[in-house]
Ligand binder design. Structure first.
Ligand code: AVI
Length: 306
């Protein structure tokens, strides 16, 4: 069934100048599978570095955050990182929140098997708004977990809104452990978003396949090329789909044209210097307490308190 919000975002996005479609629409089943493959790519360091940080500093994180809290994970997907955190902080309960119920139930069931005795309470919800947590965690102190530098896919205003919504959901006395990707050389960033095997290109182009599948469209997918660009002024990687030739197509009965060399902006992935990361957290209602980074300062795990 077509999601009316997808239809509205695609039609408005293709009319915009320059055309841009929000990155959240990447994640249909195929897109989620491709993203899982991206996280295993040699060029895509964020998942590998963050997972290693959690494995190495789990005990220090537990020391700083305290054990026995309820862990609330935002956008849990099929996260392979979570077990490291759960082993370290020995939570009283684990609440994975995700908008995609299928993924959520599968990964919650797998974690339940790996952590017998842990109360796993999946919540299918949109965490960009404050929401009510399960009654079972009402009286427990909370530790929010937002890994993957997913915050980087939002612009600053939306990131601040999201951090505030998380503070509202988690309540007084809560802590938040958030993963944020650092600014670094484009020589590392560009391959991370344009890998040799072409998985990120397939991930980006899948958006056009999804439009064709779900919106009665005839976008000529092979007329578009994946492109990753470093925007230094905005400190972000941008993904674009660039037309290799003049193209004309129809989406949901509406006609569109994109000239050769023009394109559709499909994603921003902001990178944060240490100071910018802390400022963003403060603007979102969180006080940074401590942080852990790898030796090359590629990626940071930041612990903050409400
Ligand atoms: C989900 N998000 C944090 C990824 C990122 O790195 O911005 C999405 C992604 N896009 C291309 N590769 C990975």
């Amino acid at each position: 069934m077509t999601d009316p919000a997808f239809r509205a975002d695609v039609l408005a996005g293709l009319r915009a100048d320059p055309p841009a479609i929000p990155a959240r629409w990447f994640y249909d089943r195929r897109g989620s599978e491709l993203f899982e493959r991206i996280t295993d790519l040699p060029e895509y360091y964020p998942t590998r570095v963050e997972t290693a940080l959690l494995a190495e500093y789990g005990p220090a994180i537990a020391e700083a955050a305290g054990r026995g809290r309820a862990v609330i994970e935002f956008g849990s997907g099929s996260s392979a990182k979570t077990p490291h955190l759960l082993r370290a902080v020995a939570p009283a309960a684990y609440v994975p929140i995700d908008i995609s119920g299928d993924f959520l139930r599968d990964s919650a069931a797998a974690l339940g098997r790996d952590f017998p005795g842990l109360a796993v309470l999946p919540l299918e919800a949109d965490f960009t708004r404050p929401l009510a947590l399960p009654a079972e965690v009402a009286d427990l102190p909370r530790l929010g977990f937002f890994p993957g530098s997913t915050i980087g896919n939002l612009d600053a205003a939306a990131a601040v809104d999201l951090l505030r919504a998380m503070a509202g959901t988690l309540g007084d006395g809560a802590m938040l452990l958030i993963g944020m990707d650092r600014v670094k050389s484009p020589a590392i960033l560009i391959p991370a978003y344009d890998d040799a095997a072409g998985v990120t290109a397939a991930f980006n182009l899948n958006l056009l396949h999804r439009i064709n599948r779900e919106l009665e469209a005839d976008v000529p997918v092979d007329a578009f090329a994946h492109e990753a660009r470093w925007n230094d002024a905005a400190a972000r990687i941008e993904m674009h789909l660039v037309a290799r030739r003049d193209v004309a197509f129809t989406v949901a009965g509406q006609d569109f044209r994109i000239a050769e060399g023009g394109g559709i902006h499909t994603e921003n992935s902001h990178k944060y210097g240490a100071r910018d990361a802390r400022l963003l957290l403060r603007a979102g209602g969180w006080t940074p307490v401590t942080e852990w980074t790898d030796a090359a300062d590629q990626f940071a795990l930041i612990l903050a308190e409400a």
